[in-house]
Design a binder for this molecule. Structure first.
Ligand code: GLN
Length: 482
């Protein structure tokens, strides 16, 4: 249920927040065993948050802006006093001693925490299959993956198990699962939302963002999570505009750039291409100017990302040494042996693969060849975008080359899995905001997402264009089978 509906229920007095929260938990109990979107629920917390809002209503006091809206949090975002596992054996028993800035802003705005959602271990993946808690299923077809790594968050929104969910996006982990699950996913500008309390994967790429039923819900969550944070020096000290204000602005004369390179890519599924191009036609009919744009380095994003992200991951994950955090092997004969056994037993295959790739790419003699070269290409990708934004206001691509694939399809084929990120990683490399909005279905009835990329801090433009599209296209009329 979207925010508008829930708010009406709450404000009209039709139902109490307590009842809403209980209904969500009943639904979670019924449906979660089928899709495994939640790793845990936080009933006590939710009930005490709901109680406070109901009290305000009873006393006719002013309600906070997100009052009573039930939200799920990806389990790589710290929630105080609650296990924050990153879906890894390494952190399976790690109880976060503090709250992330992003989630704490939601709670102080009246949001209700329903629980923590499943992800690929340490957010490394595109299918939510590498979680120590088992795979999450796509609500549109439970034999298929929900995408990843924020697959639990996207599936919980699609299945109606929360009003909105929070994810993290390092190379597409909000947008790709949103696309696979037929919901909206927004990765903000790098630094728009504080990363304090987001367990680091690749720090120069990681961003927290919303996964929602509607674009307007995403705009609201973005607004309440954004802003300067003394705990994160990379968080931008820039005013946060009211993203709802511009949502309905007519898009007549909006200049939308079509990135030629990605529509020409051989890996792009023809049904996805057709659906996204019909989205382009819709924009044309709505009065937007459609302009072809060259981004010659766009398709190099994937190779660049898979050097930079593992390099940063190898540095970030060095903290898991069996001493300071998480799992410790008790079979080590000395410190070094204990540390290496803790890592070998505590991390899954994909995480170990990334640490190895990153360590190699950063090692003396190879860092010029790999890491520094990747950083140079990253700059060229950003320059392509800078040039593009001299000619157009926003850019349009498909979100993913395919629709949701079958469980197991790529589990033993990491390179093919990595290709799933082809169209999402460039925005992370350049630090740009990007949104995925549903634009159609393939012949199997699986949702397809369209991606809009904006210039730095121009979230309002992509939200506006996505909202107008959503209203006009009415793609998601009904929820999946539940
Ligand atoms: N699928 C990408 C990866 O495996 C992106 C992950 C993410 O955005 N967290 O690295």
């Amino acid at each position: 249920m979207n925010f508008k509906f829930l708010r009406n229920e709450i404000i009209s007095g039709n139902t109490s927040v307590k009842e809403i929260v209980n209904d969500y938990f009943s639904k979670i109990e019924e449906i979660n065993p089928k899709i495994n979107a939640y790793i845990c629920t936080t009933k006590d917390l939710a009930k005490s948050q709901a109680y406070k809002i109901d009290k305000l209503i009873q006393n006719e006091e002013q309600l906070p802006p997100l009052a009573g809206l039930p939200i799920a949090i990806k389990d790589n975002i710290c929630t105080k006093g609650i296990v924050t596992s990153c879906s890894s054996k390494m952190l399976k028993n790690f109880v976060a001693p503090y709250e992330s800035t992003a989630s704490s802003k939601l709670w102080s705005s009246g949001g209700i925490c329903l629980g923590k959602t499943n992800l690929d271990e340490f957010a490394m993946g595109s299918s939510t299959e590498t979680s120590v808690f088992g795979v999450t299923s796509n609500p549109w077809d439970i034999n298929r993956v929900p995408g990843g790594s924020s697959g639990g968050s996207a599936a919980s929104v699609a299945a109606g198990l929360c009003a909105a969910a929070i994810g993290s996006d390092t190379g597409g982990s909000i947008r790709q699962p949103a696309s696979f699950c037929g919901v909206v996913g927004l990765k903000p500008t790098y630094g728009r939302i504080s990363r304090w309390g987001l367990i680091a994967f690749a720090s120069s790429l990681d961003q927290i963002g919303p996964i929602t039923n509607t674009v307007s819900d995403a705009a609201e969550i973005l607004y309440y999570m954004s802003g300067k944070d003394p705990y994160d020096s990379t968080c931008l000290d820039r005013p946060v505009p009211n993203y709802l204000e511009d949502l309905n602005k007519p898009i007549k004369d909006l200049k939308i750039g079509i990135i030629k390179e990605c529509f020409d890519h051989p890996g792009l599924n023809s049904e996805v291409k057709e659906s996204v191009l019909s989205g382009v036609e819709r924009y044309r009919n709505l009065g937007a100017q459609i302009i072809d744009i060259d981004c010659p380095r766009f398709n190099d994003g994937i190779a660049t990302y898979y050097v930079i992200a593992p390099s940063e991951a190898s540095a970030n994950l060095a903290r898991y040494d069996g001493v300071k955090y998480g799992y410790r092997s008790d079979s080590g004969s000395n410190f070094l042996d204990m540390t290496s056994k803790s890592r070998a037993q505590g991390f899954g295959d994909e995480v170990q693969r990334r640490i190895l790739i990153g360590t190699y790419a950063l090692s003396a003699g190879y860092s010029d060849e790999y890491y520094k070269k990747a950083q140079r290409v990253r700059t060229l990708i950003r320059k392509d975008f800078d040039n593009a934004f001299e000619k157009v206001d926003i850019l349009l691509t498909p979100t993913c080359p395919t629709t949701a694939f079958l469980k197991g399809d790529f589990l033993n084929d990491p390179l093919s899995m990595y290709l799933s990120d082809l169209l999402t990683v460039p925005a992370n490399l350049a630090g740009l905001p990007a949104i995925s909005v549903p634009c159609g279905f393939d012949k199997k009835g699986l949702p397809i997402g369209l991606q809009l990329i904006g210039n730095v801090l121009e979230e309002h433009r992509i939200l506006n264009a996505a909202h107008i599209f959503e209203i006009d296209a009415k793609v998601i009329e009904n929820k999946p089978f539940f």
